[in-house]
Design a protein. Sequence first.
Length: 156
Amino acid sequence: MARRKTWREKLTDDKDLPKVAKIEGAMSARWGRGTVVVPAPREVDEAMRNVPKGRVVTINEIREHLARKHQATIGCPLTTGLFAWIAAHAAEEAAAEGVKRITPYWRTLKAGGELNPKFPGGAAALKTRLEAEGHRVVPRGKRFVVVDFERVLFKL
């Protein structure tokens, strides 16, 4: 049986990405016209690494940044979210091995300032880290959001 890849190996496996493709067929009903960039995992990680302490970014901001970088109409929502998840797990994997400077994945939020419960430790761990950096996190139904996240949104 083949050995499972580590999170960091997954993060560095670019699989011929990034790739810019024309939006057509079923995609055009959802995303409109133009082009979509499917980023490389490392590009998503790099964007997440650039967010300074006390600031936050949303997945949508990362997508817009990647679209501008590759002169595409949009950044792929599916792969950008998936690669952010891989980057978060790779960061925790590195931290478990003693690496001090890891990707601050807890600063990457979903749309509307929502914490991503699929990141390592879930919403509770993200809440703790964000509050330690001065953010106020409150429950909204079963979800948690950063209050006034727009005020501290980091522009990539």
